[in-house]
Design a protein around this ligand. Structure first.
Ligand code: NI
Length: 157
């Protein structure tokens, strides 16, 4: 496994639409393992492949509502259901040090494939629902900064 470099806002790769994954092979598994290590190292809750320069529809996230936290791998994910939107604070590993209010559902359901190509559905609440939406948007070249209603000042330690 290896830590990959996380691209930051301004890099053209982050604005591109990612292609679906069609081959569930060793190459994909290495990408997923590296992304998980990179995510954990970064202290974030979600990471999409374009953030490490790979234009494929791949996401890893932490389900922080589970104890212990569970790493979830999402291949070709799609948000298929969500409840009403609520104003919440959001940030992104590709936009270091910036946080802002966005509208996100408090519950969402996602449909995706696992690393072997099997389809599954998963529900998430709170930060996990937010993460389903945020990460899926990365795959279409969108950053949360496009949705920010108002930036918030965060105290730096
Ligand atoms: Ni992000």
């Amino acid at each position: 496994m290896a830590i990959r470099t996380i691209l930051t806002i301004g890099d053209a790769t982050l604005k591109k639409k990612c292609r679906p994954v069609t081959e569930f092979n060793e190459h994909l598994h290495t990408l997923l393992d590296d992304m998980t290590q990179t995510l954990i190292e970064s202290g974030g809750v979600g990471l999409a492949a374009p953030q490490v320069g790979v234009l494929r529809r791949v996401v890893v996230l932490l389900d922080v509502n589970k104890d212990p936290e569970e790493v979830v791998e999402l291949i070709n994910p799609e948000v298929i259901d969500k409840n009403e939107l609520e104003k919440t604070v959001e940030g992104c590993l590709s936009v270091p040090g910036k946080y802002g209010y966005v509208m996100r559902p408090t519950w969402a359901k996602i449909r995706a494939q696992d690393r072997n190509g099997n389809w599954f559905e998963r529900e998430g609440e709170g930060i996990v629902a937010q993460c389903f939406c945020h990460e899926t948007e990365h795959l279409d070249g969108h950053l949360f900064t496009e949705k920010v209603l108002e930036y918030v000042e965060v105290e730096q330690e």
